[in-house]
Design a binder for this molecule. Structure first.
Ligand SMILES: [Zn+2]
Length: 528
């Protein structure tokens, strides 16, 4: 019997765009079909042709509802995929809100770009996919119980395992041609609210493991310690007299914070009114309510009906929050790139009595990162906004396993008879995790997008096709990232120089470097 093969279509030497194609006999299965997210170069990959024929795919196995794992499903359906999308029931419920929201953003983005005057003579940009594609994808979703065997396509056996990352998240076990494969999806940390620690089978032939935080160990904080950090921050913010604005991810982080706030208020440690101002976060919270029996630490479900919690719906209700003081406002998006949070930032950033508290990851180049890095002014919808509010952060909330938790998860899957593939990570994280795991495993691979491997039972993987070398540069840090980093920190660095004279000198020396390049260009032009 021939062995199955895997082709890496995303999350190879990069974090996002998760998509693996497993082929065996005539069957073809995708594990995830995610959106590429990040720099413009990375996001451009979303518009490239798929590395496979969408119509030839028999089924999709979906690890979880985050868009970097699910966000290209509507496009897959738009290109003719008609098979089932297997996932947990909670993931299926979450797709009902995540995919239409993503489609609306795609439609708005296309519309915005087509309106731009400088594009007047160019052909209109089509949205990546439409609301209709998203709805069709939702119709194709089928739910299965965790740890229950099923046949996603002829010749394949599959099983989903709790991944402890977000509501509904799972790792995917696949057996074909006698070879057992396990795809981690995203793995959650220990000490995560709501979810048990990740699980999985013992003994696999090939393991594909995420490495997002493969080079980082978090300072261990228990749920109780995290609540104490939050209590300190909230009390300090309220004592200042203004509002406490917390940018949140609508899914999971919002509900974690609500749980912690509810417990602090119930035990008399805090007195506050909490406004949840994000329609997506409100809908995600509703889905948590539907699944509260599967979740840990829910108490009597107070996060859904706490007298201090107010879910705003209409834009008018949202606007009314502008005139408040002493309120806690949770709003999305989590990195401040879109959504109602921008509106709250516009009103609260200039207030020296208000506080902005970051509780989630802020990617390079986002507004959240700019504020967190200490910008004195930010540009929002064509306006300069002064930053006078207190900027605070708590880093102990995480939905991802850190370095030692990833190692422990891999250990628990042993024996790994064939190869361990490290996926979903940036170069540094991948290499660090590889070094840490090297001694105990026969073969560790860091696959590139486009590579295809044979996955035989009981033996290391064999590479059958090389990757897309031209992507290597696109996926590595580009100069625009370095530039954004430099600009963000420049003012602060300059301020730290002792005198005005030395500051002027530093600027003049930077000017010199730029001038040297200009001179060089001029000389070449004269010579050529
Ligand atoms: Zn995720």
């Amino acid at each position: 019997m021939k062995a199955p093969t895997v082709t890496v279509h995303g999350a190879g030497r990069t974090v996002t765009g998760s998509c693996f194609e497993v082929a065996f006999g005539r069957g073809r299965i995708l594990v995830d079909c995610g959106l590429f997210q990040g720099t413009r170069t990375v996001e451009a990959l979303n518009r490239e042709p798929f590395g496979f024929d969408a119509k030839a795919i028999d089924a999709v196995l979906l690890t979880h509802a985050h868009l970097d794992h699910s966000g290209l499903l509507p496009r897959l359906v738009g290109e003719g995929f008609r098979g089932p999308i297997w996932c947990t029931r909670a993931t299926r419920d979450l797709l009902h809100i995540m995919l239409p929201d993503a489609a609306r953003i795609q439609e708005q983005e296309a519309e915005r770009r087509n309106r731009r005057a400088d594009r007047a003579d160019e052909p209109p940009i089509e949205p990546l996919y439409t609301l209709a594609d998203a709805e069709r994808a939702i119709d194709q979703a089928r739910d299965v119980e965790l740890e229950t065997q099923f046949e996603p396509a002829p010749g394949f056996q599959a099983r989903l395992w709790n991944a402890g990352h977000i509501l509904g998240s799972a790792s995917v076990e696949l057996v074909a041609g006698g070879s057992r494969m396990l795809f981690s999806g995203d793995l959650g940390p220990e000490q995560k609210a709501f979810h048990l620690d990740p699980e999985g089978p013992h003994g696999v032939d090939h393991l594909l493991c995420e490495s997002t935080y493969g080079d980082r160990d978090r300072e261990a904080a228990t749920i109780e310690q995290r609540r104490a950090f939050l209590e300190t921050e909230v009390k300090a913010a309220l004592a200042r007299g203004g509002n406490l604005v917390i940018p949140v991810f609508a899914l999971e982080r919002t509900q974690e914070l609500l749980l912690d706030l509810a417990r602090l208020i119930n035990s008399g440690r805090l007195h506050a009114q909490v406004f949840i101002d994000s329609p997506l976060a409100s809908r995600a919270t509703e889905i948590f309510r539907r699944h509260q029996r599967e979740l840990e630490d829910m108490g009597d479900g107070e996060i859904f009906h706490h007298p201090s919690f107010h879910f705003t719906e209409s834009v008018e209700q949202s606007m009314r929050l502008n005139s408040m003081s002493g309120a806690i406002i949770l709003s999305a998006s989590g990195m401040c790139e879109a959504g109602r949070i921008r509106h709250h930032l516009r009103y609260n950033l200039p207030r020296s009595d208000s506080t902005i508290l970051f509780v989630g990851f802020q990617a390079q180049g986002t507004l959240g990162r700019t504020i967190l890095d200490g910008a004195g002014r930010v540009r929002m919808s064509g306006r300069d906004v002064a930053v006078r509010a207190q900027i605070r952060r708590i880093d102990s909330y995480s939905a991802h396993a850190d370095r030692s938790e990833l190692i422990a998860w891999v250990e628990a899957r042993k024996p790994v008879r064939g190869s361990l593939f490290l996926t979903h990570g940036e170069e540094q994280a991948l290499e660090a995790l590889k070094r840490d795991l090297e001694s105990g495993l026969p073969s560790i691979l860091i696959p590139e997008i486009g590579e295809r491997y044979e996955l035989p039972a009981g033996a290391p993987a064999k590479r059958l096709a090389t990757g897309r070398v031209e992507l290597r540069e696109a996926l590595s840090r580009d100069w625009q990232n370095d530039y954004a980093d430099m600009v963000v920190n420049l003012k602060r660095e300059l301020r730290q120089i002792r005198s005005d004279r030395q500051r002027a000198e530093a600027l003049a020396r930077m000017r010199d470097v730029i001038d040297q390049y200009a001179d060089h260009r001029k000389k070449r032009r004269r010579a050529g």
